[in-house]
Design a binder for this molecule. Structure first.
Ligand code: ADP
Ligand code: MG
Length: 235
């Protein structure tokens, strides 16, 4: 089943197109990676999928999932790293997307947050302040938050940037497990091409326009992929 279909999506800022005529499908169970250089429109497309920016042209349709049922892990900024709230508060705030703003959390929402905290093994730090955690711990907390928001689709924008190799491997393992054992559909923006190839079944390569969309196996055969891998092994 196609959860999301994007057809000819164009998104711009002040008349400048950041994403031009991009088309792709996301099927249930996919692990789709969006790759491409800085400024190629990856985050803009993500914001379009979330409904945070309106496309100027084209269509984004949802099937079997609503736009507010996406678990989103945003690209981190320094301001977010200093967010003054406890781990539990950050995790449970993931429930807010699924309903209107109410002044308190329900028992069910509290249980849900506790379950995700346990699942991601962050119980021992749940009372700590988010800003006092390491980068890897913060990403685990944000992943738990995203899981509060969704049963079906995790959307992550550069989730391993700023993490050391050990924490990076840890995050990839967690996401792979969710995809393989819980059938969680994964859409990940990444500039870690090697890992994107290792874990994904589909690749969308953006360069404002779609440079490639298809299976990871087919992507490996392209000149563009070889060139990017070549650049990686040169340094
Ligand atoms: P990526 O995530 O691939 O690095 P972005 O989607 O962030 O790329 O940016 C794509 C293009 O859109 C860039 O040229 C960037 O400068 C521009 N852009 C991104 N966000 C904004 C914004 N809020 N206002 C104006 N231009 C923006
Ligand atoms: Mg980006």
């Amino acid at each position: 089943m196609k959860l999301i279909s994007c057809e000819g999506v164009t998104i711009g800022y002040d008349g400048q197109e950041a994403v031009t005529k991009v088309s792709f499908d996301l099927e249930q169970g996919d692990y789709l990676c969006i790759v491409g250089e800085n400024g190629s429109g990856k985050s803009t497309l993500v914001k379009g999928l979330l409904g945070l920016i309106k496309p100027q042209a084209g269509s984004i349709s949802f099937n079997g999932i609503r736009q507010n049922e996406i678990g989103y892990l945003p690209q981190q900024t320094m301001i977010q790293r200093d967010f003054p709230a406890s781990v539990t508060e950050v995790v449970i705030s993931g429930c807010l997307n699924r309903r209107g703003l109410l002044p308190f959390y329900s028992r069910a929402e509290k249980n849900r947050a506790a379950e995700k905290i346990k699942q991601l093994s962050i119980t021992d730090i749940k009372k700590k302040s988010y800003q006092d955690l390491s980068g890897g711990q913060q990403q685990r907390v944000l992943l738990a938050r995203a899981l509060c928001a969704t049963e079906k689709l995790l959307l992550m924008d550069e989730p391993v940037s700023g993490l050391d190799p050990l924490m990076t491997a840890d995050l990839y393992q967690l996401v792979a497990k969710l995809n393989q054992t819980q059938g969680m559909t994964v859409l990940m923006v990444s500039h870690d091409l090697e890992s994107a190839i290792k874990y994904s079944n589909k690749i969308l390569h953006l360069k404002t326009e779609t440079s490639f969309f298809g299976s990871t196996a087919d992507y490996l055969k392209t000149e563009m992929c070889r060139r990017m891998m070549g650049e990686l092994s040169d340094d």
